[in-house]
Write a protein that binds this ligand. Structure first.
Ligand code: TRP
Length: 326
């Protein structure tokens, strides 16, 4: 039976882009395969962060995942730093990772540009920690967004190099792309993200959601209500495709093209459908927030499950690299 592994960076705000791009898929796949999901706090350290709020941010992420339906009865959910084998394996893998390959990582280039005052070595070796996350569980199926495919290709290369240098103990994991790799933000231009403040969180109320949707970009060529619109270039329509029913999406497409529906009404429909999805999630987040002991217990149990596998793999690794005795 193949194993699933995926990771998500801890964040103070989990938005609908995270939900569609990753979490929804996790909730589905945990029914089909043994699954391991990690809140990757060590990866988050590669960008400047506030140590005094890190624990809260991790807790917040855990509550959102649980509220969305990540189910500790079906998978292991844990915090990356709680299983120290990840970092131990990372070092060993650095010794078989081609330097040239790391220099070609587009995410490293992008993040270096965006954080030119903090280009640390961790940002550079980030993909090796990711490879360790995966290989320590010998995971086979890795649900990720498109932007992580290059890191997965590197993971396969690292596995091959380790296998040929020492002994073939790792298999090559495969990425599983989510159907909607990218959800754009309210600006209709950039990927939805917390740092760009263009997001819709899972905790919007009707009021806060409408404030955001009201200002959201639609088809910019459609100026007057009577102008026909082009759904293909409208981000609100793209959101409909992800959050509304098939029939309604079809109807909106037709009506928009003949100016039968205006942008405001179209946004109102989207709001209704979004709230249908997020309102129960918001309630569950509140529930888990009021039960921190329960959340920490789930994470602890997840870490224990993972430690069993991870320490076994480390034994095998130490044996084939010539450090069995130590
Ligand atoms: N780098 C991934 C992201 O930013 C998160 C991640 C860390 C991950 N380790 C992983 C994803 C292992 C899949 C497998 O989205």
């Amino acid at each position: 039976m193949p194993t699933v592994f995926s990771g998500i960076q801890p964040s103070g705000i989990i938005h609908i882009g995270n939900y569609i791009g990753a979490i929804k898929n996790w909730v589905k796949i945990q029914n089909d395969y043994p699954s391991i999901f990690s809140i990757v706090d060590l990866h988050a350290m590669t960008l400047r962060y506030d140590p005094s709020s890190m624990e809260n941010v991790i807790f917040n992420t855990a509550t959102a995942l649980l509220a969305c339906g990540v189910d500790p009865e079906k998978c292991s959910l844990f915090v990356q730093s709680a299983v120290h084998e990840h970092t131990e394996l990372t070092w060993i893998l650095t010794t078989v990772t081609p330097y040239g390959d790391l220099t070609r990582m587009t995410q490293f280039k992008d993040k270096s540009e965006q954080n030119s005052d903090n280009i640390n070595a961790g940002l550079f070796t980030y993909p090796i920690l990711m490879a360790a996350d995966i290989l320590i569980y010998k995971a086979d199926i890795i649900p990720v967004g498109e932007d992580q495919l290059q890191h997965l290709e590197l993971t396969r290369e690292v596995a091959r190099r380790f296998n040929s240098t020492f002994s073939p103990i790792f298999s090559e994991p495969k990425g599983m792309l989510t159907e909607t790799p990218k959800i754009l933000g309210l600006d209709g231009k950039y990927k939805m993200s917390k740092s760009l403040n263009n997001y819709i969180s899972l905790e919007e109320t009707e009021q806060t959601l409408w404030e955001k949707l009201r200002g959201a970009k639609t088809d910019e060529a459609r100026i007057k209500r009577t102008d026909p619109g082009n759904p293909d270039v409208c981000n609100i329509y793209t959101l409909h495709k992800n959050f509304s029913g098939e029939e309604e999406v079809k109807e909106i497409n037709t009506e928009c093209r003949k100016a039968g529906i205006g942008c405001v009404d179209c946004k109102k429909k989207l709001m209704k459908n979004l709230l249908t999805l997020t309102s129960p999630i918001r309630e569950k987040i509140e529930f888990f927030r009021s039960k921190p002991e329960k959340v920490y217990e789930i994470l602890e149990q997840g870490a224990q499950n993972c430690k069993k596998i991870a320490s076994q793999t480390m034994k095998e690794v130490k044996s084939v690299i010539g450090l069995k005795r130590f």
